[in-house]
Design a protein around this ligand. Structure first.
Ligand code: AHR
Length: 336
């Protein structure tokens, strides 16, 4: 009888511990994955084909057969969700955290928490602005300032009139990416410098398309309505989804665009669908934003695993394209 009583009491104690939350809810990494290096990857969302390519590139590189376990989280385009996801990684006790930050600011607290937990953080794709650079181990991603400058240089070549040398007015519709993201800041700043350098360039309509086709389509439709197609010379889209949206709005309104038309389209990313449109002259300038960052991140973490020092900043390789340099063969060899 005494034994039965002790057994019942033990069961009750365990049950009460569980209901009070005293039993650890941490991700149990020791069970089956004890030899695997665990990497938590926080993406801001899945707003573009480009971002899906980045996710795939990271997933392809951190596979179990290579000794890694990847935990992937999509923050549904909200910074609060991203911060919550990073806190979950910290609680789970992952070995590394990889973050593609939705915007540049607002990361100090959560990065300090990761640092206090001794978890190295790799920032990828877009950068962060923090009070102390030691809050993250390394950055791998795009040089958005260089991307923007490359677009402006291509626009200067496109808009120059070699016969007369005259500078005709250039009316620009500017569709911005997510405000506060490195991608938006670098590309917008470049356009602003372009406007300072070219007094004949002016923005006639500007709005934030959040890097999505749907928003950009609405913005372009509104611009056509308010400004009129005849008063638009160029649409500066801060990514390919936005270019697709702007072109959809022009198709709908029966407005022609492209290298042989009055309205030129400039875009960033250079995903394959956009490069085909560039080769066909529908898009005049495509500046590459390289999403194949998985191998770079893998390389960094492999070095860190060996206790080696890694570079603080690594920029991925990128270039820009105009119709005359593109071929089907080239586009077919690309992976995004
Ligand atoms: O940060 C990179 C940008 O984010 C890409 O240009 C865009 O397509 C993505 O959503």
């Amino acid at each position: 009888m005494k034994k039965i009583l002790i057994f019942i009491l033990s069961v009750l104690m365990v049950a009460s511990l569980i209901s009070c939350g005293s039993v650890s809810k941490h991700y149990d990494l020791d069970d089956e994955d004890s030899d695997l290096v665990v990497v938590g990857f926080s993406q801001p969302g899945a707003e573009s084909a480009w971002r899906v390519a980045l996710t795939d590139s990271v997933k392809d590189n951190f596979k179990e057969e290579k000794g890694y376990k990847l935990i992937y989280k999509d923050a549904q385009s909200k910074q609060d969700n991203q911060i919550r996801d990073i806190r979950t990684f910290i609680q789970q006790g992952v070995d590394y955290i990889v973050i593609s930050p939705i915007v540049e600011t607002g990361w100090d607290t959560v990065l300090s928490e990761a640092k206090a937990a001794g978890i190295p953080v790799i920032i990828c794709d877009r950068n962060v602005v923090v009070s102390n650079e030691s809050l993250y181990t390394a950055f791998v991603g795009s040089d958005f300032k260089a991307e923007g400058e490359s677009a402006i240089a291509a626009m200067e070549r496109l808009l120059a009139n070699p016969e007369t040398g005259e500078e005709q007015p250039v009316n620009i519709v500017h569709i911005q990416g997510t405000l506060g993201s490195s991608a938006q800041i670098g590309r917008t700043n470049a356009l602003e410098h372009g406007l300072e350098d070219h007094k004949n360039w002016q923005v006639v309509y500007e709005d934030c398309g959040e890097f999505t086709k749907a928003k950009a389509r609405e913005i372009m439709a509104a611009a056509l309505e308010e400004v009129g197609a005849e008063n638009i010379d160029l649409v500066y889209c801060e990514n390919d989804e936005e270019a697709f949206g702007a072109m959809a709005a022009m198709n709908e309104a029966g407005v022609s665009y492209g290298n042989d038309s009055d309205i030129k389209v400039v875009s960033f990313d250079a995903v394959n669908t956009a490069l085909i449109m560039c080769m066909n002259g529908q898009i005049s300038v495509e500046v590459e934003c390289n999403p194949l960052q998985g191998p770079y991140i893998y390389n960094l973490i492999s070095h860190l695993e060996k206790g080696e020092i890694v570079p603080k900043i690594t920029y991925v390789k990128e270039q820009s394209y105009t119709p005359e340099i593109l071929t089907t063969d080239f586009i077919e060899t690309r992976r995004y």
